[in-house]
Design a binder for this molecule. Structure first.
Ligand code: AMP
Ligand code: MG
Length: 422
């Protein structure tokens, strides 16, 4: 056979000039700084947003000593000792929100409901299930301890405590915590402004009539859906033809208002792939062949003040590169100070997977627990980078590391559940 002088491609492992997934991640993160804009919003609008102030508690939470149970408030001096039982006279009943103005005397008890303020001279509560009551007299035995079943003022948060620091990406319990301090509004970072467009002469908008040789745009929709879920402010710039002048116009327009520009398609080595060229004419361009499958070619750079991600065109490659590269960058840009947690779960692979060393692979799989509770994963069948179904039917990535070779049935692999990502 005559040997041809060909070029290295994504089919070749260890192709020269490629970088690893973690190198690409590091390159990106080291170029990212957090955005500056702030706004004051109602706390109910603030879940998922990044806090931009220090929350110092103006009050004690709870503000008063109160009962942790329904029962009887007494003084510890009236506790029964050892095998003894004791009788106490119930003088009144207090419920939450209606403090008792009087004072308990020796030999007395006050019926008290959960959350009601502890009356003067009371420091201990006996659960109502642990007394015998006859008319207005209760009998208690010797099992109780001084101070039991009482929540002290400031037990949750003391007045003056730093409760939350800037950079907290606010979770539902944190919203509740802020509410417990009485705040209505808080200062947070503004949402990231992300502009998205697709490139390609063959790409159709949904709603358009089908055309010979064309396909409907899916990338813009999966990306916008992901960005909306992350709380970004999204601008949809539609589809740009494979035409350098139009691309240049779109890039420059987007860079005027966006913190981030996300495009898909046009970054490989085809005749109609202009993204790299136009990015280098309009801003700073890095182009990487990342040793990964899917998602090898990727452009990253800056146009004016906007960070630019030129993701590949194939729909699965778009999703993989978005979650592995763009997402950590977006998180860093928001100023969130907790690392993104998308834990890996080790699972038994229920079928063999062919794999060459020299590139990482992000296969799509269904992760579950078998009857013995052991994590297992199977791939979603055909794994082509254009087969979006392989991802929509999956609930996890099967991450095969750079140097890993083929996986045998029953071997353990790392999986990354989508629930930690989207
Ligand atoms: P490209 O990198 O532009 O050559 O695109 C690679 C493959 O992805 C081609 O088969 C394109 O038709 C496809 N593709 C590009 N953009 C999109 C899109 N927005 N939605 C669906 N498929 C796309
Ligand atoms: Mg294209």
């Amino acid at each position: 056979m005559t040997s041809l002088k060909t070029q290295a491609s994504c089919d070749d492992s260890n192709e020269k000039g490629t970088i690893t997934v973690s190198e690409a991640q590091q390159n990106i993160l080291s170029a990212i700084t957090s955005i500056g804009g702030l706004e004051k919003i109602h706390i109910l609008q603030a879940v998922g947003r990044v806090l931009a102030e220090t929350i110092i508690s103006p009050i004690n939470v709870p503000s008063h000593c109160n009962s942790a149970v329904d029962g009887y408030a007494i003084s510890q001096n009236d506790l029964a000792g050892g095998d003894e039982t004791k009788e106490l006279k119930v003088i009144t009943k207090v419920v939450a929100g209606h403090p008792f103005e009087g004072t308990l005397k020796s030999g007395q008890a006050i019926q008290i409901m959960t959350g009601a303020q502890m009356p003067a001279n009371c420091d201990t509560v006996i659960m109502q299930e642990h007394v015998e009551r006859h008319g207005d007299v209760i009998r208690i035995d010797g099992r109780h301890k001084a101070g039991q079943n009482v929540r002290q003022a400031g037990e949750d948060i003391q007045q003056g405590t730093t409760t939350l620091e800037p950079g907290a990406k606010l979770t539902p319990p944190q919203i509740g915590l802020i509410a417990s301090l009485g705040f209505t509004e808080i200062t947070v970072k503004v949402p990231l402004r992300v502009t998205v467009f697709s490139t390609g002469d063959e790409i159709l908008n949904i709603g358009e009539a089908p055309r010979e040789g064309c396909i409907y745009d899916s990338n813009r929709y999966s990306l916008i859906a992901a960005l909306k879920k992350l709380g970004c402010h999204v601008t949809d710039m539609g589809i740009i033809a494979d035409e350098p002048r139009q691309l240049k116009k779109a890039f420059l327009l987007a860079s005027k208002t966006a913190d981030v520009i996300l495009t898909s398609g046009g970054v490989s080595v085809g005749d109609a792939d202009y993204t790299k060229q136009v990015l280098s004419e309009t801003g700073e361009m890095n182009f990487w062949k990342v040793a990964m499958k899917p998602g090898r070619p990727m452009a990253f750079g800056k146009i004016g003040g906007a960070t630019f991600f030129g993701l590949p065109g194939n729909p699965v490659a778009v999703m993989v590169t978005f979650y592995q590269f763009a997402l950590p960058a977006l998180q860093k840009m928001t100023g969130a100070n907790q690392p993104l947690v998308s834990p890996l779960i080790s699972a038994r692979c229920t079928s063999p997977i062919r794999k060459l060393p020299g590139r990482a692979e992000f296969q799509r799989g269904v992760l579950s627990q078998n009857e013995q509770g052991v994590w297992q994963v199977c791939t979603t069948g055909q794994q082509g980078s254009g087969v979006l179904r392989s991802m929509s039917e999956a609930n996890a990535f099967i991450i095969l590391e750079h140097e890993q070779t083929s996986v045998k049935e029953g071997e353990w692999v790392n999986t990354q559940p989508f629930s930690g990502l989207f």
